[in-house]
Design a protein around this ligand. Sequence first.
Ligand SMILES: Cc1cc2nc3c(=O)[nH]c(=O)nc-3n(C[C@H](O)[C@H](O)[C@H](O)COP(=O)(O)OP(=O)(O)OC[C@H]3O[C@@H](n4cnc5c(N)ncnc54)[C@H](O)[C@@H]3O)c2cc1C
Length: 409
Amino acid sequence: MSEVENRESPEDAEYRLNARAWLEAHAERKTGVDDWSTQRHHTDPDALRAYFERCRAWQRTLYDGGYAGISWPVEHGGQGGTSTQSRIFAEEVAAFDVTSGFLSSTIMMIGTALRFHGTPEQQARFLPPLLSGEEAWCQLFSEPGSGSDLAGLACKAVRDGDEFILNGQKVWNSMAQCAEWGFIIARTNPDVPKHAGITFLLVDMRSPGIEVRPLVQANGAQHFNEVFLSDVRVPVEHVVGEIDGGWSPTRTVMAAESQFIGGTTDRSAAEKLAEVATRLGRNHDPLVRQRLATLHTRERVISWMSTTMMNAVRRGEKPSVSGGVLKLFMAENRVRIGETATMLLGPAATADTDPDSEWAQLELINRFSVSIGGGTNEVQRNNVGERDLGLPRDIRVDKDVAWKDVPRG
Ligand SMILES: Cc1cc2nc3c(=O)[nH]c(=O)nc-3n(C[C@H](O)[C@H](O)[C@H](O)COP(=O)(O)OP(=O)(O)OC[C@H]3O[C@@H](n4cnc5c(N)ncnc54)[C@H](O)[C@@H]3O)c2cc1C
């Protein structure tokens, strides 16, 4: 039994044993070269779709087994458990070759927004199929002219009786090609400053007028898409929060996204690197040991921050730890992991095809997904400075200006 398990209450220790037994019965243990749980870059759209459906089936298995939404309230389709139980399950499942993949991130993002801002009808309609994976979601926020300056977005939603009509373009929409639903933010009032005229809507991706075009990356992967919306009709009852008040659920999504990225519990990279160092006979090198110790310490700090945040969110309180700090910590860790792997493996880290080298290559490439996706490091630092530390705000020339009067390129 590990040191962590020793400190657990008898109830939590029992939960861990039950979870482990359930996992043994429903999944295969990781064997080193993992077929499924290792994130790979699929270059073939059919292979990507098959992988997505496999992740969806695992989410369904979790749901049926009582391990989806562990710390969500029962009335929201969850298990009513504790955040400690969530963490225990995440630690246990990390040893098995299974994953819900991208579904986990959208469950966290739109699930949290619906729990805090959705109507009871929206919660009853959308949360159970979200948790079971029956309905997959994508995030339709970024636009060609609005990434970091998200509130400057131009996609329009115009009211027509009981519906809104959407027109515009979104970009960088992860896995939109596989999603049944999207959560989108659109401009409903151009006559007020940018944050005040945005509405948050739930859009059926199978609606007439939606075109999803995959963006092929340099390595052939097709993770992202452009989404074009032409006269797409969305019922008014699919507005989350207030009309023109969509910035509030948007911030909830962004905080949940930071928390998700920061709190992703995978196998400890420090442990993995220690194994590689031992295999290569570098585990007595003081420089290597120092790097591994730093990574181990930072992993523990990330885990502590993540648990503290989850506990506060579960109690409906403002977390004492900022999501921005957690995400920045994670993004910087990914850089350190990639650098340490490269230091240990040398040229093999970029050119070889053995499992350790492939893992190092993924770490090197994927670090950008954490330092850009969900808000870049620079923007996170601005937010931490202004919101968490109370430093003077950046100069904002568009602060009290109606969105339609803000000059844009
Ligand atoms: C892996 C991944 C997944 C993603 N998935 C989605 C998704 O599913 N849905 C979606 O809507 N979007 C998604 N995105 C898009 C992501 O949200 C944007 O890329 C991100 O917000 C940055 O916007 P941008 O790319 O337009 O860069 P820009 O905003 O153009 O920024 C360019 C550079 O300028 C810097 N910069 C900008 N403003 C400031 C400032 N005020 N102060 C200091 N520096 C600044 C930035 O840090 C950056 O280095 C994803 C991105 C990645 C990498």
